[in-house]
Design a protein around this ligand. Structure first.
Ligand code: FAS
Ligand code: PHB
Length: 389
């Protein structure tokens, strides 16, 4: 089989790229390790930057988002009972949209299937070959039979645990990593959100986040031990931990209920450079990971897709490789700014096991400066709504 662009991974990066290329008349095949149902069962991000919303609309996958997405003009940062509202619209003129990654992925699958998108599910043993030549190809097997996909380019959209990154020779790759000494225990509950905006809560007993999916589906997280397990947490224990970390007025109003999903996500910062090796491009979590504190994971995958789709469209329509040559440099410039913001939000709001009394005073001074300084709030707002592509 032959195509123009072989895409490894049928998560949001691979699907959005495939749909944007299709809309420009460029063929692709998406190779996904799991089933579509499995991909759609994962509960992940919940906040979309304008750049991602615009791309979903351009991809013809924005209708449900425009109907069900919730516009947020600001967020609350709390420290104990003190609350700071950061106004996105006042500082940036724009906003974010609350809409679950699961729904984004569902909309993209619907859009690809409406265009007879070319997928292979349950693929195993994906191997990427000869990307340092003009004739790269991918081999894989499905149901025991071997397949070969010849292509012009390969997009590695296969996430942190995929095979694409390792295709770049070890002596070429430069990897940067920071693993945080805690995780996030997240639950989903069919209860009304505790507040109409997100609350990023820091407290003496740890971090918590109050988020949502709609007016009767809430998403909450509490900082937990890196070695913890969801099985160690009853729903009651979760709700008690959450109440102790958020401002009292919200703890009093919190509507609790049974969890319909409970999981722990580890927190790490990670970047692998370069994001291109010959005719292989890395996109999204295949190249970088952020702690979810800044809501940048999915949104940074989206800016990679923007740069890569534009570069491939320029090549195929104008025979101009300038953006292909600059893809890694351009994508990494924005990736590192998202890494910085995510690291800063995580360092500011979490309790670290080895923190000294001085370290805690520094966090408190940083929060006080944010409270008292509108320029500091403007900087947070600019990063949170998304820096320009
Ligand atoms: P993904 O990992 O989503 O998709 C990669 C796809 O490739 C998967 O479907 C996988 O099955 C497939 N694949 C892997 N190896 C393969 C192979 N060898 N062959 C074929 N296919 C293969 N971001 C936020 O902004 N906010 C959050 O709250 C948040 N929470 C998260 C919680 C968890 C547990 C995780 C893991 C991530 C979270 N993220 C969050 C980040 C997340 O949203 C990612 O940024 C986003 O999924 C990136 O999308 P992709 O790059 O498509 O990678
Ligand atoms: C979520 O709703 O899952 C969410 C929102 C904002 C974050 C992280 C997760 O920073």
């Amino acid at each position: 089989m032959r195509t123009q662009v072989a895409i490894i991974g049928g998560g949001p990066s691979g699907l959005l790229l495939s749909q944007l290329l299709h809309r420009a008349g460029i063929e692709s095949v998406v190779l996904e390790r799991k089933t579509k149902d499995y991909v759609l069962s994962r509960i992940r991000a919940g906040v979309l930057e304008v750049g991602l919303v615009d791309q979903l609309r351009a991809a013809g996958a924005g209708a449900r988002l425009d109907r069900d997405g919730i516009i947020h003009d600001g967020t609350v940062i709390s420290y104990g009972d003190e609350q700071i509202r950061v106004d996105f619209t006042e500082h940036t003129g724009t906003h974010v949209t609350v809409y679950g990654q699961t729904e984004v992925t569902r909309d993209l699958y619907d859009a690809r299937e409406a265009m007879n998108g070319n997928f292979a599910f349950n693929v195993e043993g994906v191997a990427i070959h000869d990307t340092d030549t003009n004739t790269p190809f991918v081999t894989y097997h499905v149901d025991g039979s071997e397949h070969r996909l010849d292509c012009d380019y390969v997009a590695g959209c296969d996430g942190f645990h995929g095979v694409s990154r390792a295709t770049i020779p070890e002596n070429v790759r430069r990897e940067y990593e920071k693993i945080y000494p805690f995780g996030w225990l997240g639950i989903l509950s069919e209860t009304p959100p505790v507040h109409d905006e997100l609350i990023y809560a820091s407290s003496d007993v740890g971090f918590a986040l109050c988020s949502m999916r709609n007016e009767n589906l809430s998403r909450y997280y509490v900082q937990c031990e890196i070695t913890d397990s969801p099985d160690n947490w009853s729903d009651d224990a979760f709700w008690e931990a959450l109440k102790r970390r958020i401002p009292e007025e919200h703890a009093t109003n919190l509507v609790t209920g049974p969890s319909i999903e409970k999981s722990i996500a580890p927190l790490r910062s990670f970047v692998s450079e370069p994001m291109r090796w010959g005719r292989l491009f890395l996109c999204g979590d295949a190249a970088h990971i952020v702690p979810p504190t800044g809501a940048k994971g999915l949104n940074t995958a989206a800016s990679d897709v923007h740069y890569l789709s534009q570069a491939l469209i320029q090549f195929y329509t104008a025979n101009d490789s300038e953006c292909i040559e600059r893809y890694s440099e351009k994508a990494l410039a924005r990736v590192w700014k998202a890494e910085r913001f995510s690291w800063w939000m995580t360092s500011l709001l979490h309790r670290f096991p080895d923190q000294s009394a001085f370290d805690i005073r520094m966090q408190q001074a940083e929060v006080a400066f944010l409270r008292d300084n509108t320029s500091a709030q403007a900087v947070l707002a600019q990063n949170y709504v998304g820096l320009p592509y």
